[in-house]
Design a protein around this ligand. Structure first.
Ligand code: PLP
Length: 406
């Protein structure tokens, strides 16, 4: 028996029945879409449920306990992201929500520089985007950014992913941030795919803002995070006007004072259980041996990538080349097979869950597949993606490879 760990996956013994009647353990290889729940998150929710009440709204013991739990969760996330004085941690619904919130808080007239390698959540919300082609190397990314910023006049921000949801490649965030900061440009990092695999410190990444989702961080209870500099957030109109976001409201329309700090953008009753679950995972990851977790994941990645060389017609896609560091995500192009059909057969005949399509990153997937078609997220065009993390095993990788070969 292995000791119980807060990072053990809940439900990793899910069974499925194959068409021939064989019952097998479901191999979940779609963590990049939504990771499974870990004990830390489930336990935090279980502990709080008997005391659950309104947040910031009551004097009773349930409300007091819930308010305390919510604000402690914020402190834990601040520590996880290295947010300090002058920063703000806002609980949101997910990464999409966090980036949309920030997009509406940019000072008027701000240009947003963004590469075409982004998930749509980090491509579409920005009011004045300057889109740079997806680069072929980290050096090319840095040079392209430098060129773009040299030509820009007026205020600008850079927004960039920490790790690609298509290729798993880690982007050169620190180098890009150094260039951006040399022009006085703030940096936003979409950490949806980085946070589950790497420590994400604002300071070490050189980021001014970080966004990520609980459901990709083993806490599937509907919370996300925007962490970063408070000044623009405090100056911006509230994301959701209503109770909680308002400090005082007079008798006439427009007679009101908005709250500052996270409350300004957390109008309405917050998602207490989501925030507490997310913080519980942050705490468990902070206390874990991240090097051991990283090594295990990299071993699985190597096994999968090596094995793919023996799968006829399958090619792993990459933007920056095979040597670029990656998180546990691999996307595969097929010569002559429809990835959606392959994914369906993996599920039906082998009990393996992966994702096929364009992963809400149409410009990048088009660039990687050199296909002219622009299907919807999850349609038959595009690639097949396998992704993993905590609790993933060599057996799952081997089953995927064997199934692909067959
Ligand atoms: N950014 C990246 C890199 C992602 O992979 C995703 C989701 O797949 C998102 C943003 C959006 O995350 P959510 O759907 O949780 O808002």
């Amino acid at each position: 028996m292995f000791p119980i760990s807060p990072l053990d996956v809940v439900g990793d013994d899910l069974k499925v029945t194959l068409p021939d009647g064989e019952v097998v353990r479901f191999a979940h290889l779609d963590y990049a879409a939504s990771a499974p729940c870990v004990r830390a998150a489930a336990g935090a929710v279980q502990d709080l449920l008997p005391r659950y009440g309104s947040v910031h709204r009551g004097t009773g013991v349930r409300s007091q306990a819930s308010t305390l739990a919510y604000e402690l969760a914020r402190d834990v996330v601040a520590e996880f992201t290295g947010a300090g004085p002058g920063d703000c941690v806002v609980f949101t619904r997910n990464t999409t929500d966090a980036l949309n919130l920030l997009a509406r808080a940019l000072p008027p007239g701000t240009t947003t520089v963004v590469f075409d390698g982004e998930h749509h959540a980090n491509l579409l919300p920005w009011p004045n985007p300057v889109r740079l082609p997806a680069p072929s190397s980290p050096d090319e990314a840095v040079e392209a950014l430098d060129r773009a910023l040299r030509q820009l006049t007026g205020p600008a921000v850079l927004t960039v992913t920490g790790a690609s949801n298509v290729t798993g490649e880690v982007w050169p965030v620190r180098r890009l941030a150094d260039v951006a900061h040399s022009y006085g440009v703030r940096v936003i990092v979409d950490a949806a795919q980085l946070a589950p695999h790497h420590p994400v410190s604002l300071h070490e990444l050189g980021a001014d803002y970080l966004a990520f989702s609980g459901h990709k961080l083993y806490a599937p209870f509907g919370a996300g995070v925007l962490a970063g500099r408070a000044d623009w957030l405090d100056a911006a109109p509230p994301y959701l006007a209503g109770g909680g976001a308002s400090a005082s409201v007079g008798d006439r329309p427009g007679e009101l004072t908005w709250a500052t700090g996270p409350a300004r953008h957390e109008g309405g009753t917050p998602n207490l259980l989501g925030a507490v679950a997310l913080a519980a995972v942050c705490e468990a990851l902070t206390g874990a041996d991240r090097t051991a977790l990283h090594d295990h994941e990299q071993a699985l990645l190597t096994r999968l990538r090596d094995g793919l060389r023996d799968v006829p017609g399958a090619t792993e896609v990459s933007l920056f080349g095979p040597e670029q560091p990656r998180v546990g995500i691999v996307s595969i192009a097929f010569d002559g097979s429809d990835p959606a059909e392959v994914a369906r057969r993996l599920a039906r005949d082998h009990g393996i869950g992966v994702r096929a399509g364009q992963f809400c990153a149409h410009p990048l997937v088009r660039r990687l597949t050199r296909s002219a078609s622009a299907g919807e997220c999850g349609t038959a065009t595009g690639l097949l993606r396998a992704s993993f993390g905590l609790g993933s095993t060599t057996d799952e990788v081997d089953r995927l490879l064997a199934a692909l070969r067959s």
